[in-house]
Write a protein that binds this ligand. Structure first.
Ligand code: IMP
Length: 498
């Protein structure tokens, strides 16, 4: 089906991820940005990463909306009120756009976006050090602490940078407890973190007071404010005025299983990464969205950071390996890794290599496992039944593809509300409770692979029968509609199923 026909009668669409992020949202935001007049981001912050190729060079952007390259066509890119906005990261990205002569005249930053402060990054990193092996594996971008401050009513917002007196007052109030807590930490560790280039290489460090209040005021209300002033506006109001009139594309960040409200808590990020969080983060309602497309990497899945992952190839060994290894080191460690490997760890490494599953933000190897249908059944209850399957081509040379169709619970008796979950129970729709999820053994169904190149195929019915069998099994088993199948990284390697 052609894109125009698919988009007929649609004004607002959204793209979210139904897994743990890194499912190829960037490709589809770019794909639909051509159609849209407005592209808006509503959640997360510099923890997200998307790759953009500029003048044949590859850049990883974290905060600028993915539609920024279409600014030249008059399209409007919005950083919504729900975003954790780190001005230093943002300006660094604008500098790259300047260097590459990319214009961004139509950029709008919500005056209500949550302002990430140096102490948010500092506390994020300190907490991970203190938690040791119990850490979350955050990206260190201050995401947890900024949202805590927001809900604790101690946060600053982007607009505060433009009003120095109020900024100073709010900063003083925010710092009262923080300085007390900071005095309990090892001063050398605090200093080392504050010397990081992502914290202006020590500009906010002061030997006596630890955090340099005056420097924070100066950077935020002068250096950052002056650079960003002309883009800051009431983007929420703008969205409300334009919804149902202009064509709007909402760009999700991270994935449903990392949602603070719906994910595998506490191994989650600190925003609601679902469609519900996304619309709230740009100031509109779920009722305004004509089509929400949930991305599902298929037929394998990945996760970055700690937390349960029932189908992980290599289980806990892989989890440990991925938190400390690199792409180069694992290629040396597993020279025989291939899609034929009987050893699960090796199979995971092979898929990671073919799918280039290394973190855009952290460079960490992403943990890999088979596609998990119990988790998908759970995700679509929130994000709806319309799916995009991505990276399908990665397994074109696999003889066997397995899908996890259900779990066997292997833990101790556990009350989930009034329901008692017992060893040996079969679970078909995942219970996204870390205690349960970490004790679920996958039950698999094997499918023969299609063993042929697919990236030039243009229509769904041209795809190999063995591949379509798997797609249709997922549709039937999870009550979903696969609307689009992505068969390669390029724009035209996309099949609209309808
Ligand atoms: P935070 O968002 O930096 O607090 O990290 C919390 C968890 O979310 C960690 O497991 C991160 O690896 C994960 N995470 C955050 N952002 C992304 C993303 O964009 N893709 C995949 N995982 C992410």
């Amino acid at each position: 089906m052609e894109l125009n026909e698919f988009m007929k009668d649609k004004k607002t669409i959204s793209i979210v991820c139904n897994q743990w992020g890194d499912t190829g949202k960037g490709k589809f935001v770019d794909y639909f940005a051509k159609w849209a007049d407005i592209i808006a981001r509503g959640t997360g912050g510099a923890n997200a990463g998307h790759t953009i190729i500029l003048n044949e060079k590859k850049y990883v952007f974290h905060l600028v909306p993915s539609g920024i390259l279409y600014d030249v066509d008059g399209k409007i890119n919005i950083v919504g009120n729900g975003v954790a906005f780190d001005p230093r990261f943002f300006i660094e990205e604008l500098d790259i756009l300047d260097k590459e002569k990319v214009q961004y005249n139509n950029l709008k930053i919500s005056l209500n976006a949550k302002l990430v402060m140096p102490y948010h990054l500092l506390f994020d990193r300190l907490k991970e050090v203190s938690l040791g092996s119990g850490k979350i594996g955050t990206t260190g971008r201050g995401i947890g602490p900024i949202y805590v401050d927001h809900y604790d009513r101690k946060g600053l917002v982007v607009n505060d940078m433009l009003n120095k007196n109020l900024f100073e007052k709010k900063l003083k109030r925010a710092l009262v407890d923080k300085l007390k807590v900071l005095s309990l930490y090892d001063k050398n560790i605090v200093k080392e973190i504050l010397m990081h280039p992502q914290l202006e290489s020590g500009a906010f460090y002061n030997d006596e007071t630890i955090l340099d209040y005056n420097k924070i005021v100066e950077y935020y209300t002068e250096k950052y404010a002056n650079r960003l002033r002309k883009y800051i506006c009431d983007a929420e109001q703008f969205m409300k005025e334009n919804v149902h009139k202009k064509k709007i594309l909402l760009e999700g960040a991270q994935g449903l299983l990392l949602s603070i409200d719906h994910g595998s808590y506490p191994y989650v990020t600190s925003s609601d990464t679902t469609i519900t969080g996304l619309v709230k983060g740009v100031g509109i309602s779920e009722k305004d969205v004509d089509l929400n497309l949930g991305i599902v990497k298929a037929f394998y899945m990945t996760r970055v950071g700690q937390g349960p992952f029932p189908t992980e190839f290599g289980g806990v060994i892989s989890d440990k390996h991925c938190s400390s290894s690199t792409k180069e080191a694992e290629q040396e460690m597993y020279p025989n890794a291939s899609l034929e490997s009987k050893d699960e760890m090796e199979l995971g490494v092979a898929i990671r290599f073919i799918g280039q599953e290394y973190g855009a933000t952290t460079k960490r190897p992403r943990r890999t496992g088979w596609l998990d249908l119990p988790l998908l059944r759970k995700a679509v209850l929130t994000n709806g039944p319309d799916l995009i399957l991505t990276k399908v081509d990665v397994l074109s040379n696999a003889k066997i593809i397995k899908l996890c169709t259900a779990y066997e619970y292997t833990g101790e008796d556990y009350y989930y509300g009034s329901e008692l979950v017992k060893t040996g129970d079969t679970i078909t729709t995942a219970i996204v409770d870390s205690n349960i999820l970490s004790q679920c053994k996958p039950i698999y169904k094997g499918f023969p692979g299609w063993l042929s190149e697919i990236s030039k195929i243009k229509e769904y019915k041209g795809l190999p029968q063995n591949l379509r069998n798997i797609v249709e099994y997922i549709e039937k088993e999870c009550k979903v509609n696969v609307r689009i199948v992505s068969i390669g990284p390029e724009r035209d390697e996309t099949i609209i199923k309808g």
